[in-house]
Design a binder for this molecule. Sequence first.
Ligand code: THU
Length: 128
Amino acid sequence: MELFLKAKEATIYSYSPYSNFKVGCAIELNDGRFICGTNIENISYGLSMCAERVAIFKALSDGISKNDIKALAVYANTSDFVRPCGACLQVFSELLNKNCKIYLLNKKLESKEVTIEDLLPMGFNSLE
Ligand code: THU
């Protein structure tokens, strides 16, 4: 699937000299376009940003809304399917629609399709 290849290709630009762990994320829009992101680290480690949030923030800041997003795929060169971190899941739960398709990929580009609810059941979502 083109979405999966885009997620892998995104790792080309990973800036991860501290972890040497390259992650790529690709978002497919309903109009057929793709928005990609990769992880960007910093010597002050806590400032590092995951591939998923780079991609979602890129999309939102270009005026793309959650209703324009059809699917998201995350890739890492790992045997098991890569799992987004908790911070990314919290961002997914607010900035992606519930029915957005989420694909977790492994190094062979095999995929596991999940929902946000699978990844973050009972997530924080109300200030009341
Ligand atoms: N990372 C991601 O970009 N996405 C994930 O889903 C997991 C972790 C990044 C953060 C850091 O740059 C490196 O991978 C190691 O944790």
